[in-house]
Design a protein around this ligand. Sequence first.
Ligand code: PNW
Length: 491
Amino acid sequence: MVTPNTPSSYELPSNFLWGFATASFQIEGSTDAGGRGKSIWDDFSKIPGKTLDGRDGDVATDSYNRWQEDLDLLVSYGVKSYRFSLAWSRIIPLGGRDDPISEEGIKFYSDFIDALLAKGITPFVTLYHWDLPQTLHDRYLGWLNKTEIVQDYVRYARVCFERFGDRVKHWLTMNEPWCISILGYGRGVFAPGRSSDRLRSPEGDSSTEPWIAGHSVILSHAYAVRAYREEFKQKQGGEIGVTLNGDWAMPYDDSPANIEAAQHALDVAIGWFADPIYLGSYPAYMKEMLGDRLPSFTEEEWSVVKGSSDFYGMNTYTTNLCKAGGEDEFQGNVEYTFTRPDGTQLGTQAHCAWLQDYPEGFRDLLNYLYKRYRKPIYVTENGFAVKDEDKKPVEEALHDDDRVQYYRGVTDSLIKAVNEDGVDVRAYFAWSLLDNFEWADGYVTRFGVTYVDYKTQKRYAKDSGNFIAKDHVQQEEKDAPPTPVKNAKEV
Ligand code: PNW
């Protein structure tokens, strides 16, 4: 990868994996096909007011039917790897440890994995990207029931290792435990939508449930990793870990209170999960903030949790300026802002309120994580939603300058972190291959490097897709002229 702002001697390791990421519920559609069971997002997205545009995931980008097109797209961009997730309820429609496996669901993913490999693309597979089988929520409230969910999740994971592990060598257990717990059981904006806010949810307790859900997620991850290591790793030779969301936290100014606030923000967003998994203890601040609302692990559980990730899976989008104060436990009782003390903005505003472009923060976060957790880092998600892209005609939307600028900044930061700071980064996945179902934002917010016309389901490469492809193609084919995807190419 050579970017304009870095000396040409800078390099990434030759086995560096790069590509794009997606998730099952955001792209597949066909929610009734092949015996798939319902997931918690199926009904949730249909409740009036839960998505910005009132639309659901029944069609999404129709990738269940168009996976061959998606594959062609990946090939045209020249990626080395593709990160996608498996829908639990396609594989085990009812989800539980005694429930039947759907051979049709297995075949769908198995064929896709074969097709990727035939094109020389390495599958990077997420087991859980938020689409919990609805039945498990109905039976015992899903992530709120630790003893049940751990067993069901581990059985699901085992089925995946058994059926796909001969070909899949990179596994992610969970996508973004913080989002699962806080957005699903605290703020109630994601399925299953539980919250103390009675305007939002008929049931839920935001003071306890998110911390319980997070606890179950950590344990489910850890016991699945143990199963992989004990029963599959030797034969299959793959690696497994978790991927955590987390944005860089920068003190609003250099007052001690705000410096401390920034650390508290990191402790809750990242340390809540990463400290137990990589270091074997909770951040002190988590205990201070939550007291006995923070569920504790037994000795035996700690021994399974500690060291349960082969690498650091990093999803990151932005940087927050942090001020002490506020009463939002979900961000560590810290206030976030993008407005600097002098009134200027940190960076370019994205379509969603929580995202501004600040590439220096990406480099700082890489350094922080590498120093603290000492693991090779895989950047498993990173991306930008251009303001009002949904309102633009396709020809205009393809020239996504703000997204190109974003990727120029982060790839430059990444290369500097590797070459100047010595951070061991081994993969980079841009979010996302395609515009897709952006959860509570419906189809309004677009993160794709490929434009999707939702009326026709046609795909068109945006400038950002070509930028990333060209960038990497140059690295790999130094002698040959780069062959970027053509602009506005119809796939
Ligand atoms: C991630 N936040 O979610 C998810 O892994 C993707 O599925 C999603 O499409 C992507 O980022 C873009 O949103 C997030 O509120 C959702 O800070 C919300 C937040 C962060 C990440």
